[in-house]
Write a protein that binds this ligand. Structure first.
Ligand code: SDX
Length: 430
């Protein structure tokens, strides 16, 4: 028997049986497709807190238990045993690659590591101190103009080619955002290096010196990229899906995701956390700062804390915090800021305000400390997040393009504006 939920309009007595759909894990969903036709009503769910926008087999997260799976693999195992490029393969193809597949995948991504030479001129249109996320969004959208005539989003092979192009070029773009802002010449990729080494080479190498990225730094960045790769239907991923629903160019969809990620409530929080820790300045100031974030009259929030889904410790934050401990000896981690962060976490997790609202550290709380230790400036933290999340964006975009329910996204509203009224000529108005 099909499981259903009955909705009754107690004014008219009209009833509708809504089918319930069950997934592998997690909350079942109520299909309300017939609601408007049957009851002439919409659902109302600002912020989509209880709305499932799609079926997806890519990432599962359980906010209560702090579980995060990518194609069924726990993020803790991928963080410990995999590499970012292998996780990109997994997100897109649904299975871990064998050696031959991984070699071919790595080679194909490298073959797409260059961008059109003319694109390099685009960066110079930005102010010298433009925020790198503004540059990244603009340049990524501009790449669409180079592939517009040979992108067939209906062809699965072409979608896979697009995914390779995005993952090949996004490190190139990210590195140039940094180089332009730092007044440094752009560096071409060196395909003798692996994915993360190449990104660090393009970003941090110095024209007049040899550059060898430290294995510890490469491993730390690879770990951060794995932990930021995908996260179900978050704001930026939902933006990419919505843009994709109109059949927009996939590079333009990724650029829309970059723009959404930039906000400090989302991916921009990692930059805001470091600025918050620097503002707090000393572990002894933590208590006073926390009181401010609890004050409804004060707009400041505890950046890096809270999450729409996680009502437990974000498993990614746990892994990054452990990595901070491990890295303390190996890289120049800002120990005073790390101590402020741990003191802030300790006090907040004992405070009723945070306990009642189930506010825990999220992925952005500790990540900035590692980025900073790798000499990545705070303005580039969200660019790092966007580089990694491009994997999730393209994987989710590809999945949506093949979805049996694929159609243009078009939410409705509860209209609360004026009733219909006639135009009044200006001379007759008060
Ligand atoms: C990311 O969705 C994803 O998966 C995102 C992400 C991903 O990988 O894609 O995980 C990445 O975006 C992580 C979140 C990074 N953002 C921050 O760290 C910014 C600080 N956090 C918040 O602004 C907030 O917690 C959100 C935006 C993350 C979640 O907001 P919600 O779910 O809309 O929660 P809410 O605003 O309804 O808050 C509920 C209550 C409110 O208090 P009351 O009105 O009930 O009294 O909790 C309070 C809020 O004021 N609250 C906070 C708080 N976060 C929520 N109070 C102080 N500090 C905070 N950080």
């Amino acid at each position: 028997m099909t499981r259903t939920v009955t909705i009754t309009d107690n004014e008219t007595g009209k009833q509708i049986e809504c089918p319930v759909l069950e997934g592998t894990y997690g909350a079942a969903v109520i299909s309300t497709k017939a609601l408007y036709d049957e009851l002439g009503m919409f659902t109302f769910d600002p912020g989509y807190a209880t709305t499932a926008s799609c079926r997806s087999a890519i990432t599962y997260l359980d906010g209560e238990k702090g579980i995060l799976l990518h194609r069924g693999y726990p993020v803790e195992q991928l963080a410990e045993k995999s590499t970012f490029l292998e996780v990109v393969y997994l997100l897109i193809h649904g299975e871990l690659p064998n050696k031959k597949q991984m070699d071919e995948w790595s080679h194909s991504i490298k073959m797409h590591g260059m961008t059109h030479e003319h694109l390099s001129r685009f960066y110079t249109a930005y102010r010298y101190d433009a925020h790198p996320m503004s540059i990244m969004a603009g340049v990524t959208s501009a790449i669409a103009s180079y592939y517009y005539d040979n992108t067939d989003i209906k062809d699965p092979e072409n979608r896979l080619l697009t995914a390779r192009r995005v993952m090949g070029k996004i490190p190139n773009v990210a590195s140039k955002c940094y180089r332009y802002a730092s007044g440094l010449p752009f560096v071409y990729p060196d395909n003798s290096l692996n994915y993360v080494e190449n990104f660090m080479y393009m970003t941090f190498s110095w024209p007049s010196e040899d550059y060898e990225p430290s294995p510890v730094a490469v491993r730390a960045l690879d770990l951060l990229f794995i932990l930021h790769a995908d996260h179900e239907q978050n704001a930026s991923t939902s933006t990419v899906r919505l843009a994709g629903s109109s059949e927009a160019n996939p590079f333009a969809c990724v650029a829309a995701g970059i723009t959404t990620l930039w906000g400090k409530s989302h991916g921009g929080a990692n930059e805001a956390v470091i600025r918050m820790l620097e503002e707090i300045g000393h572990p002894g100031n933590v208590k006073k700062y926390i009181e401010r974030t609890k004050d409804k009259g004060d707009p400041s929030r505890l950046m890096g804390f809270g999450h729409r889904v996680y009502k437990n410790y974000d498993p990614r934050a746990k892994i990054i915090r452990e990595a901070c401990h491990d890295l303390l000896e190996q890289v120049d981690l800002n120990q005073p800021l790390f101590e402020i962060a741990m003191e802030l976490e300790r006090i907040a997790l004992e405070d009723d305000y945070f306990i009642e609202r189930k506010l825990y550290p999220n992925v952005d709380f500790y990540s900035g400390l590692i980025y900073q230790a790798l000499r990545i400036p705070a303005s580039m933290f969200t660019v790092m997040f966007a580089l990694a999340r491009s994997a999730g964006w393209v994987a989710q975009w590809m999945e949506f393009m093949e979805d049996e329910d694929f159609r243009i996204g078009r939410p409705r509203q509860l209209y609360i504006g004026p009733k219909s009224r006639d135009y009044v000529p200006i001379e007759e108005r008060e």
